[in-house]
Design a binder for this molecule. Structure first.
Ligand code: NDP
Ligand code: MG
Length: 387
């Protein structure tokens, strides 16, 4: 029986993880759940999964959550960063699923590693911001770090049975998002509702916009650099609109090993939680005859320039990836609030990165300070445009 702390339980990944827990009650038990402000959903999850601890964003949401629970609910409610850390480090938790969105996942994930917990990581922003520190701690504590992102789960699976040697490159597949074939001239009129409609995957709001700009692929390139200790020249992106091949490893002899499946995060989440075992999921395999053909193309960097920003940040390293990530979070939120056009996202991140005086070898304090600085800078650039 594996005892889980699920950070971000009310999100797209968190909800799917709980479906897996419900399907395999003999394998998983829920020890702690967290959300930000969606206390209505968290309350239902607490009643159903009876965790020992629940954490929310602030004291007001803790109060609201308490009011929604039956008096008999034996759950301790905590809040704020200290509350999330408590959920991530609970004594009887074996594995922490990091499924919060954005930079909020960093500190609780690091705390979980320090506490010797195994990690199943969906929250790619943690590795983008502080990949070197995370991987160093993982090695130092000897904990397991399982990728949940479908591409990285695919690479992990395609590496099985092979040593780290003999790899020529990693090919990360990208669906291309909802605007793969939209004319560049029309990009400035894209509305949030359109950008949120991903053709293949159903995901949270922030990652859906990241997929539409292809920043998501850029973040995944940095994520792969750390998870698989691979330099950036050997991490390539190939657009594959059908999202059947989740990513591939090219070996030195020209052999390519790919992992395939229908686009459903359930497979990658279950694999991350149960590795090395595979669970009997009710997920169909792709019907290849029905699909007919799989197609591939190079990413169009003129239309999706965010991908280049991520390579630039990743290659420079230090605090710049945290700046890229923070400026992106701010720009995406402004686009969702209709304060910034779709085509305004890239320039805000680009200009914020240009203004940053980077530290090459950053400690956690410098990374957190760079994140704060980048948010402030990106916001002031957006405000200046609004005037
Ligand atoms: P969602 O937006 O659906 O869910 C985010 C979760 O995090 C919710 O539980 C939310 O709580 C909580 N949360 C949001 N902001 C904060 C905060 N500041 N502090 C604490 N908790 C917070 O996101 P997804 O599930 O789509 O994505 C989660 C992570 O997984 C992201 O890093 C994403 O990149 C990654 N990922 C997602 C995939 C997907 O298919 N969705 C695929 C691969 C990776 P509340 O509901 O209360 O707001
Ligand atoms: Mg992905």
């Amino acid at each position: 029986m594996k005892s889980l702390s699920i950070l971000g339980a009310t999100g797209s990944i968190g909800v799917k993880a709980l479906e897996i827990v419900r399907q395999f009650p003999q394998r998983f038990r829920v020890n702690a759940l967290t959300a930000k402000t969606n206390v209505a959903q968290l309350a239902k999850q607490i009643v159903q999964f009876t965790p020992r601890l629940a954490a929310v964003y602030d004291v007001e949401h803790a109060r609201q959550l308490k009011a929604l629970l039956p008096l008999t609910a034996a759950v301790e409610i905590v809040y704020g960063e200290a509350g999330y850390i408590e959920a991530a480090t609970c004594e009887d938790t074996d594995m922490v699923l990091g499924a919060m969105v954005g930079s909020a996942g960093l500190v609780p994930t690091l705390a979980a590693i320090d506490a010797g917990k195994d990690i199943a990581l969906a929250n790619k922003e943690t590795l983008v911001m502080a990949g070197a520190i995370v991987m160093q701690k993982v090695a130092g504590r000897g904990v397991k770090l399982m990728p949940i992102d479908s591409e990285h789960s695919a690479i992990f699976q395609s590496l099985a049975g092979h040593g780290h040697n003999g790899i020529r490159e990693i090919l990360i597949t990208a669906s291309g998002g909802p605007f793969l074939h939209r004319q560049l001239a029309e990009f400035s009129t894209i509305k949030p509702q359109e950008a949120l409609r991903h053709p293949n995957w159903s995901m949270g709001r922030k990652i859906s916009i990241d997929s539409a700009t292809m920043m998501n692929k850029g973040l995944e390139v940095i994520e792969a650099r750390w998870l698989f200790d691979m330099d950036f020249q050997r991490i390539k992106v190939v657009v594959h609109p059908e999202s059947i091949i989740h990513s591939m490893v090219v070996y030195e002899d020209g052999a390519v090993i790919a992992q395939m499946g229908v686009p459903d995060m359930k497979g990658a989440i279950a694999y991350g939680l149960s590795h090395p075992q595979r669970l009997p999921l009710h997920v169909p395999a792709p019907d290849f005859a029905q699909i007919g053909q799989l197609s591939f193309e190079d990413p169009d960097l003129e239309r999706f320039p965010c991908l280049n920003l991520a390579y630039r940040a990743g290659e420079q390293g230090g605090t710049l990836p945290a700046v890229l990530n923070a400026a992106n979070e701010v720009a995406v939120a402004a686009f969702l609030d209709e304060r910034l056009p779709f085509t305004g996202i890239f320039p805000i991140i680009d200009r914020t990165m240009d203004r940053h005086c980077g530290k090459n070898c950053a400690d956690l304090g410098q990374i957190i300070e760079a994140d704060r600085w980048a948010r402030e800078t990106a916001l002031s650039l957006i405000r200046r445009q609004e005037r």
